[in-house]
Design a protein around this ligand. Structure first.
Ligand code: PLP
Length: 370
């Protein structure tokens, strides 16, 4: 977390620990802080304060958007109503859409090309099913592909169909404004922008109907009941303000570093395959396949070198299965480790050069032992 975020949060974990639902002065103090935080998050997205609902994570925001929208508009009256999403959504959207399908929805998955991008013609075709929601992620978390959200949202708006976008990865890395795009629902998450973990927000354009997934005390306009996490909302708001304000310069800085990392690795390690697009990609993500290496050995080797990366594949019962994202892109058939690297606010040029050195060493060892 950013130092400013922690500093803003601390009082709300200590002397200002009121419950926003209480009417006494400590409660009112907490309520004011929560509403101020809502105002800040709204401003960072170009939304109105009442259009922001705080949630317990980006995952929760995605679930309310997809499942809550399905339950509000299709279930019951129109059992075969459709839910549309891409084949490369984060599981938070993908699994929520599957849940809607188990409840009777017709699930329409939009395929992607080898760079991970959807085709607008497939959106047009899906819209003929009159879905209750179309969900297309703003940018992909694994390979960094940026989807044509402006075009898709405009098509949905013209057709009178509710559009949701998972902007968890995009916010802070790209210009994400709801007053410049035709989206009705948009999810973001605190820990992707230097805020705390365990808080997210869902933007709900005025007039868009969704049903809550939980029931209880009626907080957050009854859409996400449960005592509000005031300290995290305050921290998230500070982080969101910085993310929006610094996005342009920070993205340019990260892109230079990421490109240096990519160039260094591809020059020093033979046969590396880059996943995702060359252009029009999130500035902080690099996804690679390293033929002739074992994924586990590579990740452990890098960890021992002090480099934290994740595998681009899910290892299940001893066999490494390509991730659903790489599979949908057709990036399978490479015999080797898939590695996903991401850069952040604290990443420096010196670190990039250390990582290139470490990567070369670890791949060499891994190739010898395979
Ligand atoms: N959507 C995307 C694209 C993500 O990358 C993530 C987290 O990695 C999520 C949703 C889930 O957010 P959270 O970790 O806040 O539940």
């Amino acid at each position: 977390m950013r130092a400013e975020v922690l500093e803003a949060m601390l009082p709300y974990l200590d002397e200002r620990f009121g419950n926003p639902s209480s009417t006494h002065r400590w409660g009112r103090q907490a309520r004011n802080a929560l509403e101020q935080a809502r105002e800040q998050v709204a401003a960072a997205l170009g939304a109105k304060r009442r259009e922001i609902v705080f949630t317990g994570s980006g995952t929760e925001a995605d679930n309310i958007a997809v499942l809550g929208r399905w339950r509000s508009s299709c279930r019951g009256e129109n059992e075969r109503g459709a839910v549309v999403c891409t084949a490369i959504e984060h599981k938070a959207v993908g699994a929520a859409a599957k849940c809607a399908a188990e409840e009777g929805a017709q699930l329409i998955l939009l395929g992607v090309d080898e760079e991970g991008r959807i085709d607008l013609a497939s959106v047009d075709e899906a819209l003929t099913s009159r879905p209750c929601v179309v969900s297309v992620m703003w940018a992909n978390n694994e390979v960094g592909t940026i989807e044509p959200v402006a075009e898709v949202s405009a098509r949905c708006r013209a057709a009178g169909i509710v559009f949701h976008t998972d902007a968890v990865q995009a916010f802070g890395k790209l210009r994400v404004r709801v007053d410049e795009t035709a989206c009705d629902l948009l999810s973001i998450s605190g820990h992707k922008v230097g805020g705390p973990k365990g808080i997210g927000a869902l933007y709900i354009r005025e007039g868009t109907q969704v049903l809550p997934l939980f029931h209880g005390g009626g907080q957050e306009r009854e859409l996400r009941p449960g005592t509000e996490n005031v300290a995290s909302a305050v921290g998230f708001a500070v982080a969101a303000e910085f993310a929006a304000r610094e996005q342009h310069d920070e993205s340019a800085r990260l892109e230079v570093l990421r490109d240096r990392l990519q160039a260094g690795i591809t020059q020093r390690v033979s046969d590396v395959v880059i996943n995702g697009p060359r252009n029009n990609r999130l500035p902080n993500i690099l996804s690679l396949i390293v033929p002739g290496t074992d994924q586990e050995a590579l990740l452990i080797g890098l960890d021992l070198e002090g480099v934290a990366v994740s595998g681009g594949s899910a290892c299940q019962s001893g066999t490494v299965k390509p991730s659903h994202v790489l599979s949908a892109m057709g990036a399978v058939g490479h015999d080797g480790a898939a590695v996903r690297m991401s850069l952040g606010k604290t990443t420096t040029l010196e670190e990039i050069d250390l990582v290139i050195d470490a990567f070369e060493r670890v791949v060499e060892q891994s190739r010898v032992s395979v």
